[in-house]
Write a protein that binds this ligand. Structure first.
Ligand SMILES: [Zn+2]
Length: 89
């Protein structure tokens, strides 16, 4: 993915070119959307939130997740039969 860095750093409205330093979704001067949709998506991918969801997704691998689920189920089943046996005695 390639993008024009000066364009991303330019927070001005795409309609009236008014300064939009606080990066409002709607321009305070002309009331239109201050940025194009693609621009907004790029900003999200560069933001901390975009990075964080990426990290969260990779923290636990699918194999690890399945292994822990199986171990949990086996423990539950063993306890279930242990209780049944104790109830009979
Ligand atoms: Zn504007």
């Amino acid at each position: 993915m390639s993008y024009d860095v000066p364009t991303i750093l330019n927070m001005n409205c795409i309609h009236c070119n008014a300064s939009n330093k606080d990066n409002w979704f709607y321009c305070k001067t002309c009331g239109k959307r201050a940025s194009a949709p693609l621009f907004t998506t790029n900003m999200f991918m560069m933001s901390e939130q975009g990075k964080r969801s990426d990290i969260e997704f990779n923290t636990i691998s699918l194999d690890d997740h399945v292994a822990s689920e199986v171990a949990q189920r086996e423990t539950k089943q063993k306890n279930f039969w242990k209780e049944k046996v104790n109830a009979i005695r």
